[in-house]
Design a protein around this ligand. Structure first.
Ligand code: GLU
Length: 426
């Protein structure tokens, strides 16, 4: 037996994402004048379940993987949030991600609380069978705390629709009844929804369109750099390119590619799907994940991980607009530097909400036994994202605060309102 994954402590130069989430919350709590009890209640995660998952590997050995599911707050509805499969997953990271999901759902006004799950594993190193064994083990282990009215997982970094199908199947089998609404981001053939795969990228497009209009910037020919080329990065690049933007750089874990004339985004995606390394794309210069962040572009889309724009590199960022497709890519220290430099940051809890909004549509369709047309999903998503964007921008202008401060104040105040009405005080 191999030892369960031990939790790595954050290194000195790597800000702890949970500390970042709490610092953002504290600033919003100060603005809202929240009392000590309410602060304590919202600074704490409601439930933190750790699971150690023994999985039979193809060579006959058994490996025990560390996993968890965290529900930060359930005042506005069942928990909602993805499941991350990544070697650097820690409980603290998942607590941060769950906290951001609470504010995110509130900012776009969908009836969910915030949750997140993770397994410390490199899914690329598993065979398909091992991945299925692990996913089903995880589903069984968190089974007692998930459900359509309790907590509804979805994909995140390292997980995909196929894994959601296994989770739905494992949960439904254990319950002895068909329960598609226990998880979202499923393949369309098994009660998924049209438009879910593209949803995070669509959400980015909608907020970037509104921000560009606000700044008098035409998207036609606007230059874009995208850090991270998983689902969110690929779809953000694709949809911005379709809108006329010139995507000059994209990157993944293998490094980055750059072309001043603009990349052929479809060819870059095809390359990524073929070899899983975007740097195998021919006909572009090479760049790095770090250098990509400081390119002189109109729009920068961090679509990878937490802690990418930090006190160490924020002063070098030259983008006019940053649209955060990743959760937590910017540290509070960097936020201050970007704010002073007049860079317009569309924060994660607003910009990356397209995925969870369409997850809500999927959950609602599952519960009603309906299938919506792609056009209906797209139109409703545009409506939700555009109206949330203007709510946040309106508050930012009224109170002369940043978009992140405004989004956090808005999200937190809606959760406070629900908690007070329900009487869920500690
Ligand atoms: N993982 C995505 C996020 O961070 C989607 C979550 C969901 O659809 O529940 O927003």
């Amino acid at each position: 037996m191999v030892e369960p994954g031990v939790e790595a402590a954050p290194t000195a130069e790597q800000a702890d994402p949970y500390a970042t989430a709490l610092a953002q919350f504290d600033a919003a709590a100060d603005r809202l004048g929240l009392d000590e009890g309410m602060r304590q209640y919202l600074r704490t995660c409601r439930r933190e379940l750790i699971v150690n998952l023994p999985v039979r590997m193809d060579d006959g050995s058994t490996v025990v993987f560390f996993g968890c599911r965290v529900q930060h707050n359930l005042a506005r509805g069942p928990g909602k949030g993805g499941i991350r499969f990544h070697p650097s997953v820690t409980l603290n990271e998942v607590k941060a991600l769950a906290t951001w999901m609470t504010w995110k759902c509130a900012v776009v006004k969908i009836p969910f609380g915030g949750a997140k799950g993770g397994v410390k594993v490199d899914p690329k190193k598993l065979s398909l069978r091992e991945l299925e064994n692990l996913s089903r083990r995880y589903a069984a282990a968190i089974g007692p705390v998930i459900g359509p009215d309790l907590d509804v997982p979805a994909p995140d970094v390292g997980t995909d629709p196929r894994i959601m199908a296994w989770i739905m199947d494992a949960y439904s089998s254990a319950q002895g009844r068909w329960t598609p609404a226990v998880v979202t981001g499923k393949p369309i053939a098994v009660f998924g929804t049209e438009g879910r795969v593209a949803a995070t990228g669509s959400g980015i497009l909608h907020v970037v369109r509104e921000a560009a209009r606000h700044h008098g910037l035409s998207l036609d020919g606007a230059t874009v750099a995208v850090q991270g080329f998983g689902n969110a990065g690929q779809w953000s690049a694709r949809l911005l390119a379709r809108q006329g933007c010139r995507v000059v750089a994209v990157s993944d874990t293998s490094g980055g590619i750059y072309s001043g004339r603009g990349l052929d985004v479809e060819a870059a995606i095809a390359q990524k799907l073929e070899s899983n390394r975007v740097t195998d794309y021919a006909g572009a210069d090479r760049t790095t994940n770090e250098d990509l962040l400081t390119l002189p572009v109109d729009v920068l889309v961090p679509a990878a991980f937490e802690n990418q724009i930090t006190g160490a590199n924020a002063a070098d960022v030259k983008a006019k607009i940053i649209a955060e497709a990743a959760n937590g890519p910017t540290t509070p220290e960097a936020d201050e530097i970007l704010g002073d430099a007049g860079i317009f940051v569309i924060p994660d809890i607003l910009a990356s909400a397209g995925g969870v909004v369409v997850s809500y549509f999927e959950w609602a369709q599952n519960r009603a036994g309906l299938f919506w047309r792609e056009e209906d999903v797209d139109n409703r998503l545009r409506e939700v994202m555009t109206s949330a964007y203007h709510d946040v921008q309106g508050l930012a202008e009224r109170d002369k605060i940043t978009m992140r401060e405004a989004a956090t104040v808005l999200g937190v105040s809606r959760v406070v309102e629900a908690a007070e009405l329900r009487g869920m005080r500690p």
